[in-house]
Write a protein of this length. Structure first.
Length: 551
């Protein structure tokens, strides 16, 4: 199977711990099946090896087997009358870990949450289709956060599901099931369920002015509720705020350091967001239709975010995207990009709302730019840092040549590239004389080019988190503003000598290096003709090359 080549050392070790003997020996194009029950001996495993190294094909694998139902547990708490439904739930469904622990089960209730002085009641719509264990985790995080007991929760389920119904019954949370007619696995189905959830949460709570939409693939910061309570004040007084996001694509450990800081951007709602009833009705009145190929969030940006409607994002995110393999995020993208973004861990953060309203923000940004240090790039930014570190009180600006958000001139691309310092091009799967070619922490290839590459390491692939074209972030706590010339009013009368125009050679050099990838290598393995019988008998007649992802 192709995916075997992408398993890193941790994944391969887990496969072996489950009892697999043949999986680690499989190569591309070879059918492999492995059936196991965690904590028990493997039930079944089979591998069909390839006999044709030129096509990497093998015979099909058909199997059948009988899997015995393991005897149900008889946990002490099963006999408690008030826990009968939970006991039935835990014996029926898997994946709930501590919630269904036999000796010390986790019993959740809203009274766990510390008290928080609320500005207003803001319900949370837990939007889901099938990730019910993660919904449970979100409920736990909300009920352990200040204000959780005072915040209404509702589960909005895409389709009818008995598991979701039982879970909501146990938690005593309202569950609404969406009879979604759109085919599963399509962006149109997601579009329609978000639309349903946004409309339904305001119908469930007709007295509230705002609501939070929370997708089921997110982990929450301890001040999740407090963050939205504080920013609701800004939304109440400034009608140009279309929504407040809990997430920021621009946030990485070296670009986000102040959890009290928020930014205004021309972006769209994502990964935990709050909006008002008025703005929700406006969005619902012009939603992504079924007859065009559009994502609901990008559609919102195109039709509802403009010079008079903007989005608030935090410098340090209050949600973290978890998992992969969904409609939009692959497992590789999750590991190499989403897993690298920070999540606030502080409980009591006071959000700095000073002069965040529409006109004041624009004027202050202009004043900040006028008083900032202008950086003139004379060396390739991937060879030498253009920005000094840890100058918290001094903003640095870089004027770059950009004519559109598509970055056709590659200015953002060249500045944004970054390779992690500890990048290792070593793999424990390659064997030398029966031993691993490297240790788990070895720096097997000492490539000077990898160690030199720096750049600024921001999220240049998608520039939607910009404000009238400008992009703001921190570089090791030093405030940075990238200003595109001449596509924004903030580039006014700037001499051409100060505008960075990357050459073709600059782009070529930067393009050689991947961005933020931690496990950006894989092994392309194939079965080769055996050189001697023992090699075939032990299934080690394998040849391969390591591939490194280049954007």
């Amino acid at each position: 199977p192709d995916f075997i080549g992408w398993l890193q050392e941790e994944g391969m070790d887990m496969l072996i711990q489950l009892g697999s003997r043949l999986g680690p020996l499989a190569t591309r194009g070879e059918p492999w099946v492995f059936v196991a029950h965690k904590g028990h001996a493997p039930i079944f495993e089979s591998l069909i090896i390839s006999r044709n190294s030129s096509t990497m094909d093998a015979s099909p694998l058909a199997f059948s087997g009988t899997i015995s139902v393991f005897p149900g547990r008889q946990c002490p708490w099963y006999k408690e009358p008030e826990l009968v439904t939970k006991a039935e739930f835990c014996e029926t469904y898997e994946g709930y870990h501590r919630f269904c622990d036999c000796q010390h089960p986790l019993h959740l209730h809203p009274g766990m949450a510390p008290y928080l002085q609320l500005e207003e009641v803001i319900p949370v719509a837990l939007v889901t289709a099938r990730r019910f264990p993660t919904v449970l985790r979100q409920v736990q995080q909300l009920w352990q956060s200040p204000g959780g007991s005072q915040t209404p929760l509702a589960i909005l389920v895409d389709g009818h599901n008995t598991q979701a119904h039982m879970l909501a019954q146990i938690l005593n949370i309202t569950a609404i099931f969406h009879d979604n007619p759109v085919p599963k696995g399509t962006k149109h189905r997601v579009n329609q369920h978000i639309k349903f959830s946004l409309r339904t949460i305001f119908e469930l709570y007709p007295e509230v002015d705002k609501a939070i939409i929370l997708e089921d693939d997110l982990s929450l910061a301890p001040d999740f509720i407090s963050y939205f309570q504080q920013t609701s004040l800004l939304m109440s007084v400034d009608k140009t705020v279309l929504c407040v996001n809990a997430y920021s694509y621009s946030a990485f450990p070296h670009t986000a350091s102040d959890p009290s800081r928020i930014y205004r951007v021309h972006s769209y709602p994502y990964y935990g967001w709050m909006t008002s009833r008025v703005h929700a009705l406006t969005m619902l009145g012009n939603w992504a239709p079924l007859d065009i190929n559009a994502d609901w969030d990008l559609y919102v940006r195109h039709y509802h975010v403009d010079a008079t409607h903007e989005v608030i994002i935090p410098e340090v995110p209050r949600t973290r995207h978890e998992g992969g393999g969904g409609v939009h995020v692959t497992g590789l993208e999750q590991e190499t990009t989403y897993d690298q973004r920070p999540l606030n861990t502080l409980h009591n953060v006071t959000i700095n709302l000073r002069r965040q309203w529409h006109l004041a923000y624009a004027l202050d940004l202009m004043a900040t730019i006028k008083g900032a240090t202008v950086v003139k790039i004379t060396k390739h930014p991937c060879v030498e840092y253009p920005i000094p570190k840890y100058l918290k009180d001094k903003t640095h600006v870089i004027y770059i040549y950009v004519t559109s958000e598509e970055d056709k001139e590659h200015s953002f691309t060249v500045l944004g590239k970054k390779v992690p310092w500890s990048a290792s091009r070593c793999s424990a799967r390659f064997q030398q004389d029966g031993h691993s070619a490297c240790s788990a922490h070895a720096q097997c290839v000492d490539d000077d080019k990898f160690d030199r590459v720096a750049c600024l390491g921001f999220y240049y692939q998608n520039l939607h988190e910009s404000y009238h074209g400008t992009v703001s972030f921190k570089f090791f706590e030093t405030p940075v503003i990238l200003i595109p010339c001449h596509s924004t009013v903030y580039c006014d009368e700037v001499p051409d000598s100060l505008i960075y125009r990357p050459t073709k050679a600059d782009f070529t050099y930067a393009k050689k290096h991947s961005w933020k990838h931690t496990n950006s290598t894989a092994q392309l393995l194939w079965r080769a003709p055996p050189r001697y019988p023992e090699e075939e008998f032990n299934l080690i007649n394998v040849r391969g090359v390591e591939i490194h992802i280049i954007e």
